[in-house]
Design a protein around this ligand. Structure first.
Ligand code: HEC
Length: 107
């Protein structure tokens, strides 16, 4: 077998290095997937008698601000402090934007 000249070998090696390692480069969970965890309790269709407050009136900024307040324990809740701590700032922003406009399909 003929060995490829060094320049080709280096190019092949670089192309291998550039390839994403297995498991990396997977897409982030979509906003819809993330927000699905919230809709279990905060159903957009929930009747207003529910103990769980509806979120659609708060707007994206209101939802995100409340989540940050729960996350930092500035605001106390029965369950939301634990839930909010499970999300990063970027995820909270995406969830809030999604929940504020439940009719829109966002990535
Ligand atoms: C297990 C049920 C449950 C789940 C799941 C849940 N919540 Fe809540 N949420 C509550 C309850 C109950 C409250 C009232 C505060 C408390 O007791 O913790 C609340 C309060 C809130 C509030 C404040 C509402 C207001 O009117 O001030 C926001 C914002 C909120 N949740 C966002 C979310 C988001 C975003 C998610 C998903 C990441 C989520 N919640 C998941 C039950 C839930």
């Amino acid at each position: 077998m003929v060995r490829p000249p060094p320049i080709i070998r280096v190019t092949l090696l670089l192309s291998l290095l550039a390839a994403p390692p297995a498991g990396a480069g997977e897409p982030l969970p979509s906003a819809a997937t993330l927000a699905g965890n919230c809709i279990v309790c905060h159903s957009p269709a929930a009747d207003r008698q529910s103990k769980v407050p509806p979120l659609s009136d708060l707007g994206a900024d209101g939802i995100a601000a409340a989540m940050q307040a729960f996350k930092s324990d500035r605001r106390r809740g029965s369950i939301m402090n634990r839930i909010a701590k499970g999300y990063g700032d970027e995820e909270i922003a995406r969830i809030a934007a999604y929940l504020a406009h439940p009719g829109e399909r966002r990535k």
